[in-house]
Design a protein around this ligand. Sequence first.
Ligand SMILES: Nc1ncnc2c1ncn2[C@@H]1O[C@H](COP(=O)(O)OP(=O)(O)OP(=O)(O)O)[C@@H](O)[C@H]1O
Ligand SMILES: [Mg+2]
Length: 374
Amino acid sequence: MVVPVLFDLKPKERLEELYDFRDEIDRLMTCYRDGRMALILGLRRMGKSSLLRSFLNGYGIPHILIDARRIVVNEGRMNIRGFMNELSQALTEFLRRRSGIRDRLLDVLRNIDGVSIGTSPLSVSISWRRGRTVLTALLDAVNRIAEGLGEKVVLAIDEVQELRALGLNIPMLLAYIYDNLGSIVAILTGSQVGMVYDTLRLDDPKSPLYGRAVVEVRLRRLSEEESMDFLRRGFEQYGIHVDDGVLRSAVNRLDGIIGWLTLFGWNYVHGNRDLDSIIDTAARQEVEELRSFITKSRAEARYRAILRFVAEGLRRWSEIKRAVEAEEGITVDSHNFTDLLTHLVKMGILEKQGDTYRVADPVMEYAIRKYLRP
Ligand SMILES: Nc1ncnc2c1ncn2[C@@H]1O[C@H](COP(=O)(O)OP(=O)(O)OP(=O)(O)O)[C@@H](O)[C@H]1O
Ligand SMILES: [Mg+2]
């Protein structure tokens, strides 16, 4: 029997566990061989982390993997201490995996001010005393040694937009790697596409990264047929037959987002067969994240109103604005209103198609309607 893996809830770590994504893998490989920097972009739960990790592990590519969201979760917010801890851990894991690089690199690292090495178990810790020079010294060292071995190392940053709050000049750092460190390839992911662009300032002619060749891998929704196929294969791995009608209704609700299909499959094989309750549980979590974002904003009430009206089906700028004005009983400034909508699009919460808006994710839409009260 096949080991059931498709419905595993963790990000996939191996190529054999991935459903499809062949083209995306090929494009990453081309970039790794011949390019300098790649971006994996897509809504929440479209499989960015799975693609990144399976690619790196699947081909045994030496990599330093920083999970920027984990820093926020561990620290409560993004800060330098959290970043340095995450980087220390990422380097430690990198060295443990790569014995070829390890001994050479350790010798060099020992001489960098701000880096300390522990043996048994091997650990690297980096301090911020020396500011950003420690970062460039580190990357220089990794680059030099990789070059000497004829290898290329990937610096992977999952959810790179989270680093914008760090007070480091991220575009400058990446441009430095791009221009000077030929044996390091950067692969970054982001679920808030507009915020990724802002963080890297890719569209800004004054940005150090402007005009650099960046390979963009955009993850997409699965088609209806692919979604059906994904579910069928997942259930097959458990030896369970599920009626097409049941699959179809899940597929219709979950809009081709692979993470939700996985969650549905996992629940179903573990005895929770009620689609509504699966969506409801997921929605409660979604709304928590949404709340924590909007309650930090001065425009909290207006964000809530916009989201509710869009979730309830209003589509056009003017319709949404009129509804918000009716609720607030005042005329809303057009620029301010557009800024709020644009920000929600940048965050990947709303999607703009032509001149209409909609909530990008069906579970989020449900969450807003049900749990985001005025
Ligand atoms: N190609 C794939 N094949 C099978 N399962 C997948 C695939 N891509 C993602 N999944 C599953 O979907 C869920 C979400 O995947 P993952 O965490 O990789 O997405 P993500 O885009 O990084 O999400 P987030 O925005 O929450 O970080 C996980 O349960 C994962 O196992
Ligand atoms: Mg992820």
